[in-house]
Design a protein around this ligand. Structure first.
Ligand SMILES: Nc1ncnc2c1ncn2[C@@H]1O[C@H](COP(=O)(O)OP(=O)(O)OP(=O)(O)O)[C@@H](O)[C@H]1O
Length: 225
């Protein structure tokens, strides 16, 4: 369970208003939400706050009954490696590593032995339809294929929470639909919680619910199918 209660973020302490406040959200394993909202309202910042990459100025975030807002930097770094998966607009594959090595990265960071990490990475690549390309290099892939590798890397360590920031922002609509379908299928198989920030109504429709971030909190904005 992820429980966000009354989260508040202010960048400039001299600013009259915080960027956002009153942000609350509860998600059970297997549930997903899309977060939409005006440009600059703080959607990416909210993801960064949940991931412990930005400090918060009030409120609480609990994941599996652990209070994330009480963790120190090292504690959060460890938890992030173990329990979080990230999918960004830019795929962030490492060019000097093969696809299997890119996907194995989170497992290496969790000190899994090389043979196990390689086996799990290849199995995950198979689940995104890229088994035959495991020893290929990122530069040989299309954008859609790169994002499928990034999805495999985000999920290979079976994270409890997957945070996605405009995951198909760099893809054409047809590729985006395929990649999002795959992303949400794999998230569902894993029983993970997913939060996806997007400007795209078509992308948002893949999540269970759509919420809109406003300066005073998240409001329901569910898109009709
Ligand atoms: N480190 C920072 N220091 C100060 N201000 C920041 C910082 N990071 C972001 N901001 C400001 O906070 C606001 C929210 O930024 P954020 O990127 O979270 O918005 P967003 O809703 O994701 O926007 P978009 O939809 O355009 O990507 C912006 O005005 C931005 O300039």
């Amino acid at each position: 369970m992820l429980a966000i209660e009354n989260l508040r973020k202010r960048f400039d302490t001299a600013a009259e208003h915080p960027l956002f406040e009153g942000v609350s959200l509860t998600l059970a394993p297997g549930q997903s939400v899309a977060v939409m909202g005006e440009s600059g309202v703080g959607k990416s910042t909210l993801l960064n706050c949940i991931a412990g990459l930005e400090s918060v100025d009030g409120g609480r975030i609990r994941l599996r009954d652990q209070d994330l807002t009480a963790l120190d930097e090292d504690g959060f770094a460890h938890l992030r490696r173990r329990d979080f998966g990230f999918v960004f607009q830019a795929f962030h594959l490492l060019p000097h590593l093969t696809l299997a090595q890119n996907v194995a990265l989170p497992l290496w960071l969790l000190d899994q032995d090389d043979a196990t990490a390689d086996r799990r990475a290849r199995a995950m690549l198979a689940r995104v339809g890229l088994a035959a390309r495991a020893d290929d290099w990122p530069r040989h892939l299309s954008g859609g294929e790169m994002q499928r590798v990034a999805i495999a890397r985000a999920l290979v360590h079976e994270p409890a929470l997957v945070l996605c920031d405009e995951p198909t922002g760099n893809l054409d609509p047809e590729r985006a639909t395929g990649v999002l379908g795959l992303l949400f299928e794999r998230i569902q198989d894993a029983g993970a919680i997913a939060i996806m920030v997007t400007h795209s109504l078509a992308a948002a429709a893949h999540a269970d619910r759509t919420l809109r971030l406003t300066p005073t909190g998240l409001v329901d904005a569910t898109v009709a199918p």
